[in-house]
Design a protein around this ligand. Structure first.
Ligand SMILES: Cc1cc2nc3c(=O)[nH]c(=O)nc-3n(C[C@H](O)[C@H](O)[C@H](O)COP(=O)(O)O)c2cc1C
Length: 190
């Protein structure tokens, strides 16, 4: 690949200090260490998007920014909290907004590697949310990476510097980043 792959991170919650967004930032930092460029569309940005309306009409600047970021991405990492056993409304709305790319030559997440990160207060929701997110990525024609990170946020995951307290969590986030960057580079070599 003659240029750096661009990895777009989509995720977090609208809560200040969101652990989901911190996890996403850790994964993006790791991707940068592997030679990628990254762009974060975090909880505050995603929470400001209007509820996606499928009727014809003008898009907001935020909706256009999201669609453009995904179009230009070589890989994507989506990070969602487990809310009542599935992904949050904010993340689902952002993914629904990709309907704006429906008529593109490569709509939605076509042919892009998509890493997944889930935070939840328990393992049960982490598992069901991961499965739900992967099903949505398949529907959007993306390639979920083989490994998906599942973090138990009930225990306080990050230190003051935003690094994982537990090495196993650091490994999970690094693995997601590695798989997305590797797939993006593999695809560029074809
Ligand atoms: C509306 C709502 C629903 C939730 N539902 C679940 C759940 O079903 N299972 C679970 O383990 N945690 C649940 N949680 C806890 C969140 O998944 C957890 O706190 C998450 O890590 C919050 O992410 P944040 O720190 O990025 O805000 C819920 C939290 C909220 C606010």
């Amino acid at each position: 690949m003659s240029r750096k792959p661009l990895i777009v991170g989509l995720g977090g919650t609208i809560r200040a200090g969101s652990s989901t967004e911190k996890a996403l930032v850790c994964a993006l930092r790791h991707a940068e260490g592997l030679g990628a460029e990254t762009r974060l569309l975090g909880g505050e940005f995603l929470g400001g998007l209007p509820i996606f309306d499928p009727r014809p009409g003008d898009s907001t600047a935020g909706q256009i920014e999201l669609a453009e970021a995904i179009r230009s991405a070589d890989g994507v990492i989506v990070a969602s909290p487990g809310y009542h056993g599935s992904i949050s409304g904010v993340i689902k709305n952002a993914l629904d907004t990709l309907e704006l790319t429906r008529s593109d030559p490569s709509p939605y997440l076509t042919a892009k590697p998509v890493g997944t990160i889930i935070t939840a207060d328990g393992w049960q929701a982490a598992g069901t949310t991961l499965m739900a997110l992967r099903a949505i990525i398949h529907a959007l024609r993306g390639w979920p990476t083989p490994f998906g990170a599942a973090l138990n946020a009930g225990t306080g995951l990050f230190d003051e510097a935003g690094d994982c307290k537990d090495q196993k969590d650091a490994w999970q986030l690094a693995t997601v980043a590695e798989q997305v960057v590797e797939f993006a580079q593999m695809k560029a070599r074809r």
